[in-house]
Design a binder for this molecule. Sequence first.
Ligand code: HEM
Length: 489
Amino acid sequence: MFLAGIILLATISAILCYIIFRNNTHLINIPKPPCSILLGHILHFKDSTKILQILTNYTIQYGGLLRIYMPPTKPSVLITDSEVLQVLLTSNKEVAKAKDYNFCKPWMGSGLLTSEVDKWKCHRRILTPCFGRLSLLKNFTDVFDSFGNILIQKLGAKVNNKDIDIFPLIKMYSLDVLFETSMGLSVNAQEDIEGEYVKSLERMCEIVVNRLKTPYKRFNFIYRFTEDYRKQTEAIKIIDSFFYNIIKTKRQSDGTKKSNQNVLETTFLDLLLKIYEDDEFTMTDVKDEVNTFLFGGHDTTATGIAFTLYALARHPKIQEKVIEEQLHIFGKLNKNSPSYEDLQNMKYLEIVIYEALRLYPPIPITGRRIINDVHLGNGVILPKNLNVCLFIYGCHHNPKYFPEPEKFKPERFEGNNILPYTFLPFSSGPRNCIGKKFAILQMKSCISKIVRNFDLQPSDPEYILELVPRMTLAARNGIRLSIKKRTSD
Ligand code: HEM
């Protein structure tokens, strides 16, 4: 018995040593910022508002590949080198999504964001044309505009208030847009932030962030006994029953329209239901994809809009140039309902948005798992089972790729000066953001409307933005500015 115990212990130790040292011997050529033997780099990241800056400084000092130790999890490699990013972002054979994405699965199942390669390939092939469909994007332009009008009213109530955190308002606007375009459902998030569905969605985002941050919640067998798990079960019940009610209502109304063969698809759900009727998707697939769009689309776009407004408030000359372009397109500033073509013509606003997405990428880090050894040359191998962090924020703030990286300079996007795989707000390669066109269009619509109505200025008193990496990039002390009614026409 005693001997059996010793043999078991020795075997477990040998396996553990194999796992740890196999990774470590392969990783030895990758620089590691100094850290404690027991706690690794944990102490460097005590203050969440400093994490992004500390990691960015490391990448500038030690290079585009870095070893990071955060016990008890295995070592991971942080990557900002554009050539290595290209290798990893273009490969589906060697690289898969990190295991952390599984925390979203109870809610999003096997939607595009979380699915494994085989299922993802099939779904992405079917869904890519839906996101590029011009008729749908043109329809959506009206949706962006009508919810934009409500946002303008809400902001109007804050005129002359010298210190507004604009993020919560923009987020509710973005939720309204996403619900309407995904399902044709008006949840009135801007009017009713206490709505059951909106609250459940927000709760799910919080719960996933909690699981990522709290080591013991990472283990399913412990997590099942937590308060978060109970809340998750409740929230998912509400989200699912909402979805099935919509399907029921749609089916009833489609029954009455049956004679009309050419019913226009006006939402993503309409397109997904067609795919379901063609037997290419199950109803669970449809639900997973709708939930994925809602999750992938609302916080990211809201973050992008809010940081662009913040940057414009602090750069009056750039704001003036945006206004000049608006006048050039519309002839006057109080024009309502820009068309799809008007939005396409906002070329200067577009590079302003790109520069804001560079300085404040809504997704600052994404995670991947190496599934087959990746040979990078110079004796560096990223071994199977290694976790890698693609550090988008660090890449965007590296002076090697973007001189004077902390300055807001939209003109760096004029011409073709950006190196491949250095500007990655929507990631790149086959698993890039499927909603990129949609997001840029929505951002233009919203920002154009806001700057035509209001003069954006820095908040008073001045404050220093405290950036924290959550699921999306956030500011712990809000994204603050002040607004005045714009009078000139
Ligand atoms: C400014 C707004 C947005 C930003 C910055 C953004 C950024 C990203 C990034 C970085 C990824 C890659 C994530 C990864 O590697 O794990 C991604 C994927 C994705 N995004 Fe977006 N996104 C935005 C808006 C949207 C919108 C509006 C939608 C949908 C309506 C959307 C749907 C998705 C989906 C479904 C994926 C997974 C794609 C796949 O794996 O095939 N995103 N997004």
